[in-house]
Design a protein around this ligand. Structure first.
Ligand code: ADP
Ligand code: MG
Length: 403
């Protein structure tokens, strides 16, 4: 298992490498390096766009942006993770016609350019800059490398221009980039976790009031670790399915005559009451997931306040079943992996992220750690796959300047 010391050292090495690579790419040293973390969500899946509760934490894995300001309004962006580069003019971004079909940047660069676009659209005047990106967040694995990328670039761009943005404002800019520029209708959780994370804490976020509470997450002290394992599920048409779920939740709220599904939690509605009030079976199950999931988040937060993280196991298991049966966003690969790690001694496990693949998180007591790792690896081997990506998730700080 990685100690925090080892993590920090690796982080330092990453920053050093990025600073060394910068002059090779752009001919001069960077002014600074900013980084923003990916996140893992303990519980609270698909609740954020229903005005509900989530309980994520920021990871020690980050996207880093090394930046050198320019005298003009040109932004050039390179990524160590990508072959192609991007070049945009901030004046064009500030004019909405930059969003005409064919004029919008596509591919990976839409994330960083999108956040520049959102900042310019909000009236912030940025400086031109050269940007080199590095990352230790696995992409497309449900750990929100996209939000980490947006937040790292957003913070770097703002601070390079002398603009002060509080963490929630930065999160909103990043979300706007993903919603309106990339075209992914995500909620506010990922970006908020990335900007407001705190070492050793999970974040209880009420996405309606944006009230947040940092609750201690002391796994090591309880003899536990939270393992993130990539289920290596083949790519599926995730965006369409995500939007479908969102629409079904909106339909549920309309049927019930409420503003959002969160209201059910305020009203103390029980799952049984839904059986009578929502006729459509699919919509009812979608609504039930959101209702029970919000309850699980609040229960989990209370367990953490009470210093009782071992009890999280049951909540993770119930959350997985709800995602599987009611929200129907799991896939056979994640279902099997959850079963496998539970058999190997994990106290709880569930698929994390938007769904249809991605990673599984497992709450693992120290004495079962090796068995769980081995079981996940041999399951992958039986499928003819490489050993899956696995990491021990440790609650780390949010977006910041690091060099
Ligand atoms: P997740 O957020 O779960 O990792 P997404 O599909 O939302 O998955 O975002 C992944 C996408 O974000 C990648 O396909 C790529 O376009 C972009 N991305 C993430 N990190 C980087 C990076 N370091 N450099 C360039 N693009 C990145
Ligand atoms: Mg994402």
């Amino acid at each position: 298992m990685d100690g925090v010391g080892a993590m920090t050292q690796r982080g330092d090495a990453r920053i050093r490498e990025l600073k060394e690579a910068f002059p090779r790419a752009f001919g001069a040293d960077p002014d600074g390096v900013w980084e923003a973390p990916g996140r893992v969500n303990l519980v609270g899946e698909h609740t954020d766009y229903n005005d509900g509760f989530v309980l994520p934490f920021a990871l020690s894995e980050t996207v880093q942006a090394a930046v050198r300001a320019r005298e003009d309004r040109t932004v050039r962006i390179l990524s160590g993770q990508q072959e192609d580069s991007a070049k945009v003019d901030l004046d064009a971004l500030a004019r909405s016609d930059a969003l005409q079909p064919g004029r919008r940047v596509s591919g990976w660069a839409a994330y960083p350019v999108g956040v520049l676009w959102a900042l310019e659209q909000a009236g912030h005047r940025l400086r031109g800059m050269d940007v080199l990106l590095g990352s230790s967040v696995p992409t497309g694995a449900g750990l929100s490398s996209s939000a980490a990328l947006e937040c790292a670039v957003g913070l770097a761009a703002a601070e390079s221009a002398g603009i002060e943005l509080d963490p929630l404002a930065l999160a909103r800019m990043a979300q706007r980039a993903e919603n309106d520029y990339v075209g992914m209708p995500c909620g506010i959780m990922d970006q908020t976790a990335s900007t407001t994370g705190r070492q050793g804490h999970a974040l209880l976020l009420d996405t309606r009031s944006m009230q947040l509470e940092h609750v201690p997450l002391e796994l090591e002290r309880a003899g536990l670790s939270l393992l993130v394992i990539d289920a290596q599920a083949p790519h599926r048409l995730v965006d369409g399915e995500y939007a479908d779920r969102r629409r079904q939740c909106e339909e549920g709220a309309r049927t019930l005559g409420i503003e959002s599904l969160r209201v059910l939690t305020d009203q103390g509605t029980t799952p049984e009451e839904l059986d009578v009030s929502v006729e459509d079976d699919v919509v009812r199950r979608r609504v039930r997931h959101v209702l029970t999931e919000n309850a699980r988040v609040l229960e989990a937060a209370q367990l953490l306040r009470d210093g009782d993280p071992a009890e999280l196991g049951e909540i993770l298991n119930a959350a997985h079943v709800s995602q599987q049966e009611d929200f129907e966003i799991t896939v056979p690969e994640t279902d099997r992996l959850v079963e496998t790690v539970l058999q190997a001694g994990a106290w709880g496990a569930r698929q994390v992220g938007g769904g249809f693949g991605g990673c599984v998180i497992a709450l693992v007591p120290q004495d079962a750690h090796e068995a769980v790792v081995a079981a996940a690896a041999s399951q992958a081997e039986r499928r003819g796959l490489e050993a899956p990506l696995m990491l021990t998730a440790e609650p780390a700080p949010g977006a910041r300047r690091t060099a």
